[in-house]
Design a protein around this ligand. Structure first.
Ligand SMILES: [Zn+2]
Length: 269
């Protein structure tokens, strides 16, 4: 069920044209990230920078470097920053050579061994600070979508991991994080068991409005079911059902989508 397919990220459709910046929650998240950069920071590395949608928003008083495995994405990243195509599991930089290393919306796409290697590399090249962000406690099933060509069921954003603050902190034993920040959309979701039934019987799937999903199996760009999105928003019967579901505790409101963790290297004895 859970696919990890790096080839998805070579597709031009998922990058450019400020796709992520069209999402107001994403813009809000970038503002928080900017506010978390410690004042003495001079050099910043963004691991998995994609097309540079975050790093491009940072002040050019910093020396900025962005890396990503996707050549397609790196080509679209701003040309006035240092860019490189490389794997996050093997960063071509010396130990502790960036004041701050950031990594956003990357780890949730990875199998566990990639997460371990990537976080180890981030900790190695970070001199003092790390900022990590990922969806918090994501119920992956709530964003399952379906390919209209081959009927493969996959996560609309390709996520295969769900994180808690404790889990993220465990990857950085030499760093401490005092105050994680939560941001993003607060959404209503069906309880897992109801979701399973709704998806089995009612084909209740999610369609990403802001960024297209490329089917990990056949490579088809999954068509957004506009009718289904609109029906979900306006249908009175659905609204009544939602009310009943809430009364019966079949749906719940989940907290803000992302958690942002600003880490600082622990004092060495
Ligand atoms: Zn497909």
């Amino acid at each position: 069920m859970h696919y990890y397919n790096p080839n998805c990220f070579e597709q031009t459709e998922v990058w450019g044209e400020n796709i992520l910046l069209q999402n107001p929650y994403y813009r809000g998240k970038i503002e928080i990230i900017k506010s978390l950069i410690p004042p003495e920071t001079r050099t910043i590395l963004d691991v998995g920078c994609g097309d540079g949608s975050i790093i491009d928003q940072l002040d050019r008083k910093y020396a900025l470097t962005g890396v990503d495995l996707s050549q397609t994405a790196i080509k679209l990243a701003p040309p006035d920053i240092t860019r490189a195509v490389c794997s996050s599991t093997l960063l071509p930089f010396a130990d502790r050579c960036f004041d701050l290393v950031m990594c956003h919306d990357l780890l949730e796409h990875f199998p566990e061994d990639y997460i371990l290697k990537t976080t180890k590399e981030i900790a190695r090249v970070a001199k003092r600070y790390i900022i990590i962000s990922a969806p918090e406690k994501e119920n992956l099933r709530a964003r399952y979508t379906i390919c209209d060509k081959c009927r493969t069921i996959c996560h609309a954003y390709g996520h295969i991991q769900s994180f808690t603050f404790e889990r993220l902190a465990r990857y950085f034993p030499d760093f401490s994080c005092q105050d994680p920040i939560r941001c993003g959309e607060v959404s209503v979701e069906l309880r897992d068991i109801i979701l399973r039934i709704a998806q089995k019987l009612g084909k209740y799937y999610f369609f990403a409005e802001h960024s297209p999903t490329i089917c990990p199996k056949c490579g088809h760009k999954i068509k957004i079911d506009r009718q289904r999105i609109e029906a979900g928003k306006s249908n009175h019967l659905r609204a009544i059902l939602a009310l009943v579901a809430r009364k019966m505790r079949l749906i719940y409101t989940r907290g803000p989508y992302w958690i942002i963790c600003p880490f600082e290297r622990k004092q060495e004895a």
